[in-house]
Design a binder for this molecule. Sequence first.
Ligand SMILES: Cc1ncc(COP(=O)(O)O)c(C=O)c1O
Length: 502
Amino acid sequence: MVEDNCAARLVALFGSQAEVARAFQVDRAVVHHWVKTGYVPARWAGEVERLTGGRISALEVIQEASAKNPVRVKSRPLHAPFGLYPESPAMTQYAPAKRIQSFHPPQRTLMGPGPTEIHPRVLTTMSQPAIGYLDPVFVEMMEELKSLLRYVFQTKNALTFPLSGPGSVGMEFCFVNLVRPGDKVVVGANGVFGARMVENVVRCGGVPVVVEERWGDPVDPQRIEDALKKNRDAKLVAFVHAETSTGCLSDAKTLAQVAHRHGAMVIVDAVTSLGGIPVRVDDWEIDAIYSASQKCLSCTPGLAPVSFSERAVEHVKKRKDRVHSWFMDMNLLLGYWGAGQRTYHHTAPTNALFALHEALLLVREEGLENCWARHQRHYSALKAGLEAMGLKYLVREAHQLPQMNAVFCPEGVDEAQVRARLLAEFGLEIGAGLGPLRGKIWRIGLMGYSCRADNVMLCLSALGSVLDDMGYPVHVGDAEAAAHAAYAQMHARDAQRKKRAA
Ligand SMILES: Cc1ncc(COP(=O)(O)O)c(C=O)c1O
């Protein structure tokens, strides 16, 4: 008799344990374990509902898993005599006034500017037992991690590794190592993060030459070239490839060519671009590039992949002065991340690094080009839906980022209230505008694991329903119909392409 649990039902639906493993992108042993224990762990609930098209609901998975294996961490009651001594009033005077219990974040759909939702495989890996950051097993994993990063950056650069810290640390690492006091740096600034680059140049003692663009426009290669002609002693050009504050793409390849024509090196911010759209470090001859773990790589926040060309490494090595940040000094960090004997530099966030390894492995398994194509596909459907709703994009079509959709909030609609209602009523997070765009735009992210058809459809129907309820004239259902039509067109094109290839 076939058992009636979610694991057995999955096998029946997909035909075999091997097929379930293929669909869920896990090893067969994992599925075998689900079948043996008679339940699918709760963190897989969303994937089960998605991959079975709702035939097994997330709720069924969660209910079954929590009945068979209740995993909720529960804080112990206060004032119970756990310690050797009862706590003295002298100590408790500093204790929090309210009773604090274990933290259980709610389930959210994350479609903002990052962080994104995290694949269950990454979450599972992150919760494995800690090991030391110099453990030989960990050191072996570090080498794999570096090679996976080279793949997503499309580079052979030896200096390619994840820094401990968010994307901002990646930014500072590039500037602090490459900009010497007095160096002129041309910065293309077309949003919040370009402005932060300028700030970094100043703090390194450099001289910024700012080429400012309207927010929503790309960095213009011609204007960068003009600035370089006027500043023949400029050492570097810096710009943001995918400006998250506006959803605008700049042409990194052309900008790098312009910089090199004038003998300057380039620093590229790929925080939002890496994994979502083409980033080709070697082909584009990028000298220094940084990213972040929580955007299209869909890992936990707190790691900043970086890559330096040989030329950039040599430039830093030749510096006569001392890099003014101890923590971010490339030469010191290489003692831990470089090849050869590793020595202590700082305590690496081991579990977060396990997670990044798994997140990158997911990209490797999907294939980088497929990953880029998936972002393009769901963007096309989302855009069709948003435009059918009457919403307008901030950025011209040719420069729109698939992973970051900035659309104007309609006149007379309370922007913040819409976001608050989406969160409260649909568990859906989208982003607000920053700086001069605060209150004017929404930023809808389709990044990494969050970039899926079910999220596109949820976002369109939730946004449509909230706007309709707030009196904005939307035809509820038009947006979903437009997105479905866009998907249908793409399916038809795929089928034709497959037929031609066969
Ligand atoms: C383009 C860009 N650069 C830099 C950063 C800073 O990254 P983090 O917030 O991880 O420090 C962000 C963050 O959103 C970003 O979008």
